[in-house]
Design a protein around this ligand. Sequence first.
Ligand code: AHR
Length: 286
Amino acid sequence: MVGFSQTGAESSWRVAHSKSIQEEADKRRLQLLFADGQNVHNNQVNAVNGFITKGVDIIVIAPQESLGWKPTLKEAKRAGIPVVLTSRGVDADEDLYETVLVADFVWEGRQAGDWLAKQTNGSARIIELVGTPAADVATMRKAGFAEAIAKHPDMKIIASQSGDFTRTKGKAVMETLLSAHKGEINAVYAHNDDMALGAIQAIEAAGLKPGKDILVVSIDAVKPAFEAMIEGKLNATVECNPMHGPLLFDTIEKIARGEKVPKRTIVPGKVLESDQAAALIGSRPY
Ligand code: AHR
């Protein structure tokens, strides 16, 4: 029996991640206890404590926040239940979990920054829409982007605010920032596609053309982002593959057989631009 504590359903990425894991469990005829944390850290902690009490064979956590996991992970270790992390990491000693399956978030931020530098010849006034601040993925995507644009003195982040990885908040934050910085902005860097799609709505509502008046680059490469790229409203997205199911269950089976697994497995991604979107959308699995 596998207990899976999922962050929530904040983005298209997250929905695809849950689906991939649930489908793979079904395919392998494994019992999966799915707990939706609804984007509340304590819900996830309570769910994992419940899995420990139940005596599941393995615990999978996709943590909303990176802090606050140590006591629960120590409890799982004391109970002899291995823990696997997927999609984000935690701030805890590595011996408290078996492995973490994630993308290289700093690399993703760097790719977005390099892409924007190339498109603007190193001159941009940027709004950054940050993910959930307590998540390692947001800190790392911010750091990678900052590192890339630091090479270009004329690339400036005018405002940086959290949209919590959701389309609704991305739109609301963008509306506020656009009116606070009227005429100043020519680029948006969003830590995920959902916030970028919300920002695109806000840009259009302000009478501007997303993708032209304001360049938009984001991360994830979900299908709705491809649709926006085909319409010329989103310029580029850095792929972050959510299809962790097969890799996750291969890893779980190795752990069950007593095989050693690497502490960290990086799920690779690539930069995808609007002129590739029409040719690729049909083959996108999420
Ligand atoms: O942890 C991965 C991130 O979480 C995705 O990029 C984002 O869309 C999701 O909410």
